[in-house]
Design a protein around this ligand. Structure first.
Ligand code: PLP
Length: 394
């Protein structure tokens, strides 16, 4: 596809080849393990790595369709679909790290990524140092001779701190260190890591790409061919691959992602602003709000915001917060986000940090604003806050 096309057009068309598929709009779902070769010569001709179909785990036209679309959005060399967002993260990290290496990991990172570093990478001789999400160019002081990867997640999915990605990339590049980012919150629609020099962009496609809370999917996008070969070799050797039906759902989700995301964005901002005006609320954690500490960086680097943000309540007891949450009618509780439906959960970011201290005045909630009518959502929250007040007064 022509590189000047706008992102909505790319999302609608990339990865689809109707002319090669009897004119049918959507790519077919190939269920494949074995791929047959007509001759010994063809069987033995390995060709250029990862360019031909040789075995189901390595790739099929179904994985190609999704990967091509993601890669076109990200603007990098190629993408690799895997079976979950966590597999994308762990697959990329293990592809680039070896025993004796040092990893710089953002302190606000998604919990299971931290667990992988502390439990698995440590066991294989990789040392992790957590760094302040707001460190910016100061990361240079933490880079050692053995540092191989700097990992970012911006904004963090619990505290919503925005990182100075270009400053971190500049410091890392000066020392030949690979940079990776978990770009799930923004998607390539609202933040394009490769434009800022990041080497690897990672997604829990389970969230906005799939968009309907019905499939697990991860994707690794690589800026250059060399980064792609390292990441693909590593994930292939570990046996990562995504299932064909989930790949189909993910590429179908992409077609409407721009429309959904803009609705998530507008509705989330409306709810966030409403929450800011409530007496029960101490702070709203949303970088697109002008008074958020991360707003200036967000405004400089992002072109939009998604539906996920946090809210810190004024001090309240656990039974009062539980009363708020238990009676919600539209907001459901569950450990995900990015689907069409609204979600709310209590979070405890202060418990999962080591390099920095996270201070909250009261209980923290994380909200995902779905595609329901926003006034109905605000009504649901208003009644939740009334339950909180009643329980506090009892
Ligand atoms: C920011 C972030 N990254 C990665 C993941 C992992 O994705 P998955 O659940 O698809 O493994 C999640 C899941 O919640 C997430 O919130």
């Amino acid at each position: 596809m022509t590189s000047t096309r706008k992102s909505d057009t790319i999302l609608t068309h990339a990865g689809r080849k109707p002319r090669a598929n009897h004119g049918i709009v959507n790519p077919p779902v190939y269920h494949a393990s074995t791929i047959l070769f007509p001759t010994v010569a063809a069987l033995e001709d390995v060709g250029k790595p990862f360019e031909t179909y040789r075995y189901g785990r390595q790739g099929t036209p179904t994985s190609d369709a999704f990967e091509e679309a993601v890669s076109a959005m990200e603007g990098g060399h190629r993408a690799i679909a895997v079976e979950s967002g966590l597999a994308a993260i762990t697959g990329a990290l293990t592809a680039f790290l070896k025993a004796g290496d040092h990893l710089l990991m953002v302190d606000s990172v998604y919990g299971p990524t931290r667990i992988f570093c502390d439990k698995v990478l440590k066991r294989f001789g990789v040392e992790t140092t957590y760094y302040d999400p707001l460190i910016g160019g100061g990361i240079a002081e933490l880079i050692r001779e053995e540092t191989r990867v700097v990992f970012m997640e911006s904004p963090g999915s619990h505290t919503f701190e925005v990182q100075d990605v270009p400053a971190i990339v500049e410091a890392a590049r000066a020392r030949g260190v690979v940079t990776m980012i978990d770009n799930t919150w923004a998607t390539p629609l609202f933040f394009r890591p490769f434009d800022h020099g990041v080497d690897i962009s990672l997604h829990a496609a389970t969230k906005y790409m799939v968009g309907h809370s019905d499939a697990m999917m991860g994707v690794i996008a690589a800026r250059t061919e060399a980064h792609f070969i390292t990441a693909k070799t590593g994930t292939y050797q570990l046996g990562h691959c995504a299932g064909p039906d989930d790949l189909y759902l993910a590429q179908r989700g992409l077609r409407t992602m721009a429309v959904r995301l803009r609705h998530h964005q507008d509705a989330a901002l409306k709810v966030a602003e409403w929450l800011q005006g409530r007496p029960e609320v101490s702070r709203v954690l949303h970088p697109a709000l002008p008074d958020d500490p991360g707003h200036a960086l967000w405004k400089r680097d992002f072109t939009g915001s998604s539906g996920l943000f946090g809210v810190i309540l004024n001090p309240a007891s656990k039974p009062a917060v539980d009363a708020l949450l238990d009676g919600m009618e539209l907001f459901a509780m569950g450990y995900s986000w990015g689907g069409y439906e609204s979600l709310i959960i209590p979070t405890h970011p202060e418990k999962i940090r080591s390099a920095t201290t996270w201070k909250a005045e009261g209980p923290t909630l994380r909200l995902h604003i779905g595609l329901e009518d926003v006034d109905d959502l605000i009504d649901d929250l208003a009644r939740g806050l009334e339950r909180l007040n009643r329980a506090a007064a009892a």
